[in-house]
Design a protein around this ligand. Structure first.
Ligand code: 3NM
Length: 208
């Protein structure tokens, strides 16, 4: 459980939903109690994302939160971020591990039991599974996994840290944790009520 270290709520940044630069989002999330945060940016150029990550890391280091970079192993490596979160179409975890070394946190997204079982054999610190429920935040053809399948993934992965993602809110977080997720990664439930995001994190930490 090294990567998650008992953390239940794993927020992800979203510049469009939040209306804030990534560095500001880090400050808001940590104010609510988050200590592990993923930086996700799908529309910036690599140069822009590099700059935003550098600024976000400065804030994260100051306040002592761990920062995981979505997709970009090169940016994580260049800036010595705490780790990287990879999707099925990104650099494979084994290559990321070779580049980032043994102490980096590497997470890997999966979307069904078979992918999750394969991921558990890879040099990763946690496996993510989703979408648990339908979500409008990410357009993809992957069907909702559901709570029953989440439990099956939990059983198959034994003690591999498991992060659930997709459509998770204050209302369903306890169901997701009870089905076996060690932590939940969340975007829209945190960022859609503007000016409430720190409070949302506090609530999620309370409900989980
Ligand atoms: N990955 P929200 S679902 C980024 O299934 C992401 O791997 C998913 O956002 C996956 O909390 C998703 O707003 C979106 O549903 C999560």
């Amino acid at each position: 459980m090294r990567a998650l270290e008992g953390r239940r709520v794993y927020p992800i940044t979203d510049r469009h939903l939040s209306g804030h630069a990534h560095a500001e989002q880090i400050a808001i999330l940590s104010e609510g109690g988050a200590t592990l945060i993923q930086l996700r940016e799908k529309s910036y150029s690599p140069a822009e994302f590099y700059e935003e990550t550098e600024a976000a890391l400065r804030v994260a280091r100051e306040i002592g939160v761990a920062l995981i970079v979505n997709d970009r192993v090169d940016i994580a490596l260049a800036l010595n971020a705490d780790g990287v979160h990879l999707g099925q179409d990104d650099l494979p975890p084994v290559a990321a591990r070779r580049l980032l070394g043994p102490s980096a946190i590497i997470g890997f997204s999966t979307h069904n039991l078979q992918q999750a079982q394969l991921a558990a054999q890879m040099p990763v610190d946690y496996v993510a599974i989703g979408p648990i429920f339908t979500t409008t935040t990410k357009s993809s053809s992957n069907p909702a996994v559901g709570l029953k399948n989440l439990s099956l993934v939990r059983q198959a992965l034994r003690d591999m840290p498991l992060v659930a993602i997709g459509g998770i809110t204050r209302e369903n977080i306890d169901l997701v944790i009870n089905a076996g997720a060690d932590a939940v990664a969340i975007i829209s439930d945190i960022w859609t009520s503007i000016n409430q995001s720190s409070h949302r994190i506090q609530q999620l930490l309370k409900y989980s």
